[in-house]
Design a protein around this ligand. Structure first.
Ligand code: NAG
Ligand code: NAG
Ligand code: NAG
Ligand code: NAG
Ligand code: NAG
Ligand code: NAG
Ligand code: NAG
Ligand code: NAG
Length: 467
């Protein structure tokens, strides 16, 4: 495939250039990639910021994909796309790339995918992508980009997938994505955005996936995406929002975990909703709850569900109520969940349930209920009359044996310590409830101590740095 014909490039060099490998500063170097690369994988390539590099004696046609590994390449070599005229995929992740040089992508009209994640790029100069007319996928994640201007992505008319995740972007100008009419998937997670300018997506009518997680948004307006009828995936987790209203005609997946949400309203059709690790004390308000197939409410302080909050979630396949501070579940709570396949109520303080609560769960295949305060007698019944009988998958407990009275099929449980007290108490399980409260307090206390410890440790580190 590679004809080593000589050598127009080298012959054209001014005599004053010195040819040497490896280089000192600012020298012209020959870097015969055929010495470093095999089957499209190049290793241990070193190119400094001021090196001017010739990669090969002649163009190397037919190579469509090139991946650099364990290499340190301060800039994409000037003649890369002349050397590899057929290059479609370039992977230069984690190569200590620092800078773009003009003209960087001249001749790169075959390039379809460019992966430049985990580098040290600080900015994207205006018009730098001129020449990469057919680029469809561009990953610039985990760099140090701070600012993007209107013309940063000029010429990238074909881009469908763009990742700018884990940079330091604070602001976006309204026109920055304007040329990318075909943009489908945009990842802005892990930046420092506080707001998005009005109209920023007005030209991106085919946007289907948008990731805004881990930024500094304090509000989110669905209005911003009112022209995107194809939007199906939205992730806004890790922003502190507290109150959120989503209003889309139809979303497949909305992820809003770790937002400290206290209230959530979702208009329109939504299928999967991940709300774990928020501050919800009430169920989300979803008029079209009948279209929700997956709901994750784990790690929210919902407490005991009151009334019949799931009655309109008639199509649920997966429901996660793990760690929601529940002591009990109302008897009819799963009455309308005839399709439910996965139910997680682990990590609560549930002691016992009415066994009839499970009658309606005809389709259940996975049931996770470990890490509760099960009464051993009830647990036996649950296992024999429901879980094992129906061959439902479950998960064993990890609770330390010294805290446990017994295990039933690997799930921790406790015997009633004082039968007498049970008879006297209304509801039959107040003593057990108290016990479970104490147990949870211990759990919480331990977590708190761990957190404090981390904090102290961090402070120590900071002090050390200052010294
Ligand atoms: C890359 O470097 C790592 C660590 O130095 C080494 O383990 C690995 O084998 C190298 N990979 C290649 C393809 O040279
Ligand atoms: C980048 O490369 C360094 C060393 O070459 C390695 O230690 C590190 O894990 C790599 N990081 C990623 C994200 O690939
Ligand atoms: C960037 O583009 C937007 C919208 O296209 C325009 O309103 C704005 O003036 C432009 N800004 C600059 C600095 O060119
Ligand atoms: C948007 O998507 C539709 C259907 O998927 C397609 O026909 C159209 O060409 C796309 N528009 C652009 C600008 O890519
Ligand atoms: C939701 O958005 C639609 C269309 O943008 C609008 O007509 C409707 O009033 C909104 N609904 C609510 C409750 O805000
Ligand atoms: C839970 O969310 C808070 C923000 O409300 C965040 O600080 C924390 O890291 C999240 N915890 C986990 C385990 O995701
Ligand atoms: C939403 O659910 C309703 C009632 O179950 C159903 O008629 C409708 O087709 C669903 N909508 C979508 C978009 O799936
Ligand atoms: C339910 O949520 C918890 C906490 O977020 C998670 O650890 C667990 O894996 C989830 N359960 C299932 C079955 O996905």
């Amino acid at each position: 495939m590679m004809g080593w014909l000589c050598l127009v490039l080298v012959l054209l060099l001014p005599a004053s250039y010195q040819l040497a490998t490896p280089s000192g500063n600012g020298q012209l170097r020959r870097l015969w990639l055929q010495d470093h690369c095999s089957a499209g994988i190049c290793t241990n390539v070193e190119i400094g910021r001021s090196d001017y590099v010739i990669l090969s004696q002649a163009p190397i046609p037919g190579l469509t994909m090139l991946t650099f590994i364990n290499s340190s390449i301060a800039k994409i070599p000037h003649l890369l796309f002349d050397t590899f005229p057929d290059l479609q995929i370039l992977r230069m992740e984690n190569c200590s790339l620092e800078t773009f040089e003009k003209p960087q992508f001249e001749g790169a009209s075959n390039l379809m995918s460019l992966f430049l994640g985990h580098n040290r790029l600080k900015d994207i100069p205006k018009n730098i992508f001129l020449g990469a007319d057919n680029l469809a996928t561009l990953h610039l994640d985990s760099n140090q980009l701070k600012q993007l201007v209107n013309n940063s992505f000029h010429a990238l008319k074909e881009v469908k997938h763009l990742s700018l995740a884990d940079n330091q972007v604070e602001q976006l100008s309204p026109g920055v994505f304007g040329g990318m009419r075909k943009l489908q998937d945009l990842n802005l997670a892990g930046n420092r955005l506080e707001a998005l300018p009005r109209g920023i997506f007005d030209r991106n009518l085919n946007l289907t996936k948008l990731n805004l997680a881990r930024n500094r948004f304090t509000a989110f307006e669905s209005e911003l995406l009112k022209m995107q009828p194809l939007l199906t995936h939205l992730d806004i987790s890790g922003n502190i929002l507290q109150e959120l209203t989503l209003n889309f005609s139809s979303l497949d997946v909305a992820v809003a975990h770790s937002c400290d949400l206290r209230r959530l309203t979702v208009y329109g059709v939504i299928r999967e909703l991940d709300l774990h690790n928020n501050s919800l004390r009430e169920m989300p308000h979803i008029p079209q709850a009948g279209n929700v197939s997956s709901l994750d409410l784990s790690h929210n302080p919902l407490g005991n569900l009151q009334g019949n909050p799931l009655r309109r979630f008639t199509s649920l396949l997966r429901l996660n109520l793990s760690a929601t501070n529940a002591h009990e579940l109302p008897e009819g709570v799963f009455k309308k969940q005839g399709h439910l396949q996965m139910l997680d109520i682990s990590g609560n303080s549930i002691y016992s349930l009415k066994i009839t609560i499970f009658d309606s769960l005809k389709e259940l295949q996975y049931f996770y209920f470990q890490q509760n305060n099960w009464n051993c007698d009830f647990l036996q019944l649950l296992m024999s009359s429901f879980v094992k009988r129906r061959d439902i998958s479950f998960m064993e407990d990890i609770t330390a044996p010294e805290l446990v009275d017994d295990y039933v099929d690997g799930i921790a449980c406790w015997y009633e310590s004082d039968k007498q007290s049970k008879k006297c108490e209304s509801g039959g399980s107040d003593a057990a409830m108290e016990l479970s409260v104490v147990r949870n307090e211990i759990k919480t206390f331990t977590e708190l101590v761990e957190k404090k410890f981390v904090k102290v440790y961090r402070m120590l580190e900071e002090m050390k740095m200052k010294l």
